[in-house]
Structure formats: C-alpha cells, structure tokens
Design a protein around this ligand. Structure first.
Ligand SMILES: [Zn+2]
Length: 300
C-alpha cells in the first residue's frame, strides 16, 4: 500500500472549499480535510489549490495533432495524410499533445484517434498516464468499413480496460447516418458486450431528425455520448434526457461523463472513495497531476 499526502492545500470539494490535507491510499482518495500524520509521498500544498482532475469531454486528437486543421481537406485526403505519417511522427504528436493536456490539469479525455494510428494513440496514453477513452472513426470510406470494424474488434480485445482500466475503447460511428443501420446494431451490441461508450455526433441543424433516427435504432442509451455543435431543440433534448444519454455541447462537461470514462469507484470529485485523479494548482498552473494516485506530470 502506498499513501500520498497533499498538505495544507485549499481543497475544492463537492461540498465547497476546505483548507487541509488530502490523503490518498493507492489509487483512491482516503480523506479530504483532516490532518494527516505521515505518508509515503509528501506533497506540500501550501498556497496551492487541489481539485479533481479535469475531464476533457470531447476531442479528436488524431485529427488535430496529426494533420492540423481537418476542415481544409476531404476525409479521403485527411485519411491519406494520416497514413503517410511515420509511426515515430505520430507517436511524437500524440505524446506531446497528451502531455500538454496533463500540463493543463486534464486527467481524463474522451477522444478519437486517427484510424491509421489508433494503436499509437493508445500506447502514448499508456505511457503518459492519461485516463483515455479512445475511438476510431467507423464512417471512413464505405469500402474501408469492414477493415475499420476488424480493427475496432482487435483494439477492443487488446486494449479495452488496459492499464488497470485507465484505457478504454469507444465505439464511434461519426453520425447517425455514417454507417448502415445493420452496422449500428452490431456497434451497439459490441458496446453492451464490451461495456464501452458510444461516441457519435449530431449537428444543431439536423438535430431533431438525427436524434429521432438514433432513438429509433436504439442508439440513445446510457452509454452513449452525443456531441452537438450547438443547442438542440427542446424535443431533441427531452428525448436525449429521457434515454439517459450524455449530451456534450461545445466544451460542456458532466459528472455523469466523468463517471463513464473509467470503471470502479467514482472519480471526478474529491471525495473519500473516489479515484485519486487530482491536480494541485499554483494559481492557474498545474504543479502536480495524479491519475489513480500516481504522479503523471506535468513533464518538466
Ligand atoms: Zn467526436
């Protein structure tokens, strides 16, 4: 058993601010506030603020890190650019991008990888220590869908739940009509069997039609994370809420999503029993970032 004490910090808890010590035992928070006598790892929190790790509820790290602006090219051109990257360049991009997230106090991310370099994204998340739920795009050119599906099955078998549950796979049809309904059925079945998230998108413009379609094929589930580029109509929002689906609009985040990104005890809050994903800030600069109670940075 390893204990870590963060001493004398301002602790941001669900019940409000507390001044005191935070004690972590292995990968979980043990106490929030009471003075701690001794610990294996001592962190001086004087003048600092400790909070739960930040959750980035939606990112497409593959596209943004590997190919820059995804809007300047067609999806086929983008896919080709990604395939043209060397393994070393892809790894460098993922590693530095994920380290940048950690430096900003993020401990969890829901993201898409590049289909050509998904394995590299997972390996980098393992190395950096980030809690990451990573999907690949099931909507790539129709001819590639069978290949993407095989890749998804393999990644799920080999990576889902790796690193003591820190790494997870998301099933990610890009939109309601990106793949045929029959493949959606397979995707939802896989999500249930693997206990995996479904990551998909609706646009504000076609929100009602898209949500109705997703509802009809059974894709609005409690394990679905629906990303929208804007506020949806009241009826679409009501259907999503009724189904227990998580809706992410812009950079909004929810405790529900934070819980869905990892197994076991709740995390995303400073509470006894929660996963020890903790950030110690000096001002707005993250000085120490812990995931599962283990220091992951920031890289100096
Ligand atoms: Zn997305």
């Amino acid at each position: 058993m390893t204990t870590t004490a963060i001493r004398g910090a301002l602790l941001l808890t669900p019940e409000g601010e507390k001044q005191g010590d935070l004690l972590i035992q292995d990968d979980a928070i043990f106490s929030v506030g009471p003075a701690v006598r001794t610990a294996d790892v001592e962190i001086d929190g004087a003048g600092m603020t400790a909070s739960a790790g930040r959750v980035l509820p939606h990112a497409h790290l593959g596209r943004t890190l590997l190919t820059g602006d995804e809007h300047g090219c067609t999806s086929a051109e983008r896919a080709q650019r990604e395939r043209d990257l060397t393994l070393a360049d892809a790894a460098h991009a993922y590693r530095s991008g994920m380290q940048a997230l950690v430096s900003a106090g993020f401990t969890s991310v829901l993201t898409m990888a590049s289909n050509a370099h998904a394995e590299t994204a997972l390996a980098c998340a393992a190395e950096v220590g980030l809690r990451a739920t990573i999907g690949i795009d099931l909507s790539d050119a129709a001819a590639a869908t069978a290949h993407e599906w095989d890749t998804l099955l393999r990644l799920t078998r080999e990576w889902h739940g790796a690193e003591r549950g820190r790494l997870r796979i998301a099933i990610a049809p890009a939109t309601h009509d990106a793949i045929p309904d029959a493949l959606w059925a397979d995707a939802l079945d896989l999500a249930i069997r693997a206990d995996a998230l479904v990551h998909t998108h609706v646009t504000q413009a076609e929100g009602d039609a898209a949500v109705t379609h997703l509802d009809r094929i059974g894709a609005l589930t409690r394990r679905t994370v629906l990303i929208s580029d804007g506020a949806l109509s009241p009826s679409a929002t009501a259907a999503i809420s009724h189904a227990g689906t998580t809706l992410v609009v812009g950079s909004d985040t929810t405790p529900t999503l934070a819980r869905m990104l990892g197994p076991g005890p709740r995390f995303g809050t400073l509470r006894p029993g929660a996963k020890a994903d903790v950030v110690v800030f000096e001002g707005t600069t993250a000085r120490t970032v812990l995931v599962d109670g283990r220091s992951v940075g920031p890289a100096s």
